[in-house]
Ligand binder design. Structure first.
Ligand code: SF4
Length: 464
């Protein structure tokens, strides 16, 4: 009995559990060589981000572009269907990708779910080792948020909530500002969204992580820097930018998306942050899909954690990845502390490496005399979807086990193979990149759902 307990304790406090270790190894092995770089997070820290699909496709906005398929709005929002599907998809992802991933509750507009259904979906995701993030247009009030976060007994249902809110001028339908004419007009609404979560924290102690999402088009790209500068102190922890792509509902496409290169958009983000934003020291999948910079604001000054041009920063990342494989997501504090202690005991060199990196980081921010206690963590992200036609061709090659030869399709195939944003399909036993989901699978899936969950019929007003 004692031996068994000791063995259970040893297993439960291993830096990474066996299932997750295997899932990480599979993910690493499946990456194309171009993505197997020292700072690659996939396959070392986590298996990638995830999202739900086909759970509540409907949305009450009319954005241009829109990544949902044309039939999405013909599907009724249905709580039992949502919960059943979320549960199946999350169980599948848990089995294929281990514990400790970030998962978006997405697929339509999440706030159209009844609060109890929304809360139950989050609970299911957490129970299966996912950190859920509700993805919304942000057009709901405090009463809705409280009803999701707090039970009928007036007690918090969750210690922490994550929401990603989409705010930009490509969107049409916000209650008080149906068709904004400039990004600056939306700053007030961006701020109000953050204030709702501050209030929830004050009243119920529920902490939050808020990501700001923006679709970038040739029309609004010049507003990116101002959004970052004007809204960085509102309470966001992430600014994520999606250059528009030819994906989703074709009726909502416009001209000129291909002129918007990643470099153009990223340079606007850098102008807003007031500094160079390195994205090579740590990489999430393929940098043609994702650029990510972690750092912190010291009042108005943004200080990135790593400098791409500093070899010692690259070494610090390698040292950290080797010492702390996997992550501590959704683990208890005591368990995490023991895991961390075991990691350090196995790789003591990580301590001096971390100390030297801290000195460099402090120097970048102006020295140790700066008011570091006021530092606010902030992550900048750019996620560039692949055009639907290229995705479909790249996916065909992946399914057939062949290699593309046309340069555009070679790129699409490599990016899909290194995808950092995946949907689970338990029925076909497939992990599917979100580009493939939106370009290839959503149209069929939503057509079937429109039959399964038809909209309520309109009442016939003619009298007999
Ligand atoms: S969803 Fe598409 S753009 Fe995003 S990481 Fe995957 S392949 Fe790249």
């Amino acid at each position: 009995m004692i031996l068994q307990r000791a063995r259970d304790f040893e297993l439960s406090t291993r830096p990474v559990d066996r299932e997750t270790t295997e899932a990480l190894a599979r993910r690493w092995d499946s990456l194309p060589k171009s993505a197997q770089v020292p700072g690659q997070m996939l396959g070392r820290k986590f298996t990638g981000c995830e999202a739900t699909h086909g759970v509540f496709p409907k949305c009450n906005f009319a954005c241009k572009p829109c990544y949902h398929s044309a039939d999405a709005n013909k599907v009724r929002i249905d709580g039992p269907h949502t919960l059943d599907e979320v549960s199946k998809q999350m169980k599948y992802l848990r089995r294929r990708r281990g514990w400790g991933t970030f998962s978006q509750l997405i697929g339509g507009e999440v706030s159209l779910l009844e609060p109890d259904d929304h809360a139950e979906a989050l609970r299911i995701m957490r129970a299966l080792g996912r950190i859920p993030m509700s993805f919304t247009h942000g057009d709901f009030d405090y009463d809705y948020l409280r009803a999701v976060a707090v039970g009928e007994d007036d007690k918090p249902r969750f210690p922490h909530l994550s929401f990603a809110a989409h705010f930009d001028t490509t969107m049409v339908g916000r209650a008080d500002i149906k068709k904004p004419q400039s990004e600056a007009e939306l700053h007030e609404y961006r701020g109000r969204f953050c204030e709702m979560f501050d209030r929830l924290e004050r009243e119920y102690g529920i902490t939050h992580y808020l990501a700001h999402n923006m679709t970038v088009t040739p029309e609004n790209v010049e507003s990116v820097a101002d959004i970052v500068r004007s809204c960085q102190a509102q309470g966001w922890r992430m600014f994520s930018f999606q250059p528009a792509a030819y994906i989703g509902n074709e009726a909502r496409w416009s001209e000129g998306y291909r002129q918007l290169t990643s470099d153009i958009v990223w340079s606007e983000v850098e102008a807003g942050a007031g500094t160079t934003l390195g994205y090579q020291a740590i990489q999430v999948g393929d940098t043609r899909c994702n650029r990510v910079t972690w750092g912190a604001y010291l009042d108005e000054q943004y200080v990135p954690l790593f400098d791409d041009d500093e070899p010692l920063d690259h070494r610090a990342v390698s040292s950290w990845f080797e010492a702390f494989p996997g992550n501590f997501v959704l683990r208890g504090r005591a368990e995490s502390a023991i895991r961390a202690a075991r990691c350090i005991a196995a790789s003591p060199g990580v301590i001096p490496d971390a100390a030297r990196w801290s000195k460099r980081f402090a120097r970048r921010g102006g020295g140790i005399m700066q008011p570091w206690w006021r530092a606010r963590p902030m992550t900048f992200v750019m996620h560039q979807f692949i055009d639907a036609a290229d995705t479909a061709a790249g996916w065909e090659h992946m399914k057939a086990g062949t290699r593309a030869t046309e340069p555009r399709i070679v790129e699409a195939q490599e990016r899909l193979e290194a995808c950092a944003y995946t949907m689970g399909h338990p029925a076909t036993d497939e992990l599917v990149p979100a580009c493939v989901q939106h370009s290839v699978l959503d149209p069929l899936e939503n057509r079937d759902l429109a039959t399964l969950l038809p909209l309520p019929r309109r009442r016939n007003n003619t009298t007999a």
